[in-house]
Design a protein around this ligand. Structure first.
Ligand code: PRP
Ligand code: MG
Ligand code: MN
Length: 216
C-alpha cells in the first residue's frame, strides 16, 4: 500500500496487529456463541471493515449465525461526537430479533451513546441477549457507563481514522489505523505511542500475502 495521503503521518495500529487481535476476538466469540445462533448486527458505516474480518475469524462457525446491519449516526462530519444530537436509526435491517442472541459490531465506542441506544433498541425489540463487540474504545471520552463486552483495542483521545473509521467520509478504506493531525499543539503536549515509518509483509497464522506494505 503506497503512501495513501499526505495527511497520514504515522500509524497507530498496523495491519498485522489488527489481524492478530481480530483472530483472537473471533475465537472468543465462537466459543461464547457456539450454541446461541448469533444474530450479528453491524453498525453502518464504520463497522463494515472490522465486521468483514471479524466474521471470518468466528470459528468454529456457530450454527445459525446470521448477519444484518443498522445505520446509526451521531458524529456527522465533525471530529467530535455531537453530544446534543439524538441517535438516529435510519435503517434497522430486516432480521427478526425476537428471541435472538444479538451481537452488535461497532468500529468505536466513544461517548458510548450510540452503543447504549442500540442496546436499548434491541432489548426492547425482544432480543434474548444483546452484547457488543467493538474494534476500538476511547475510554477517556465516555459520558455513559457503557463498556463493550468484547474489545480489540483501547485508543487515546485523538481522532483516529482507517479500518472503517472516517473523517468526513474519508480514509475508511485504509488497512491500518492512523491519527489525523487535527490538533498539532495538543499532540505535541501529549505525544502518541505511534510507530514510526516502517514497511513489512502482512503475515497471519504463518501465511504472508507477499505484498509489501509501506507506512508513512
Ligand atoms: C461513529 C462510530 C460509532 C459512534 C461512536 O459513527 O462508528 O457508531 O460514532 O460514538 P459514540 O460512542 O459517541 O456514540 P458515526 O456517527 O461517525 O457514523 P459512521 O459509522 O457512518 O462513520
Ligand atoms: Mg458508526
Ligand atoms: Mn463517522
Amino acid at each position: 500500500v503506497a503512501a495513501p495521503h499526505q495527511d497520514i503521518a504515522e500509524v497507530l495500529l498496523h495491519p498485522v496487529q489488527i489481524a492478530t487481535r481480530v483472530q483472537e476476538v473471533g475465537r472468543q466469540i465462537a466459543a461464547d456463541y457456539a450454541d446461541r445462533r448469533p444474530l450479528i448486527i453491524g453498525t453502518l458505516k464504520g463497522a463494515v471493515v472490522f465486521l468483514s474480518d471479524l466474521v471470518r475469524a468466528i470459528e468454529p462457525l456457530p450454527s445459525g449465525l446470521e448477519l444484518d446491519f443498522v445505520k446509526a449516526s451521531s458524529y456527522g462530519s465533525s471530529t467530535t461526537s455531537s453530544g446534543d444530537v439524538a441517535l438516529s436509526l435510519d435503517m434497522t435491517g430486516t432480521a427478526d430479533v425476537a428471541g435472538r442472541h444479538v451481537l452488535l459490531v461497532e468500529d468505536i465506542v466513544d461517548t458510548g451513546r450510540t452503543a447504549a441506544a442500540l442496546t436499548r433498541h434491541y432489548e426492547q425489540a425482544g432480543a434474548a441477549s444483546v452484547r457488543m463487540v467493538s474494534f476500538l474504545s476511547k475510554p477517556a471520552r465516555r459520558t455513559t457507563p457503557y463498556e463493550p463486552d468484547y474489545l480489540c483495542f483501547d485508543v487515546p483521545d485523538y481522532f483516529v481514522v482507517g479500518y472503517g473509521l472516517d473523517f468526513a467520509e474519508q480514509y475508511r478504506s485504509l488497512p491500518y489505523v492512523t491519527v489525523l493531525p487535527v490538533d498539532p499543539a495538543a499532540q505535541r503536549a501529549a505525544p502518541l505511542p505511534l510507530q514510526r515509518s516502517t514497511s513489512f509483509n502482512l503475515t497471519v497464522s504463518g501465511l504472508t500475502n507477499g505484498q509489501e506494505y509501506k507506512l508513512y
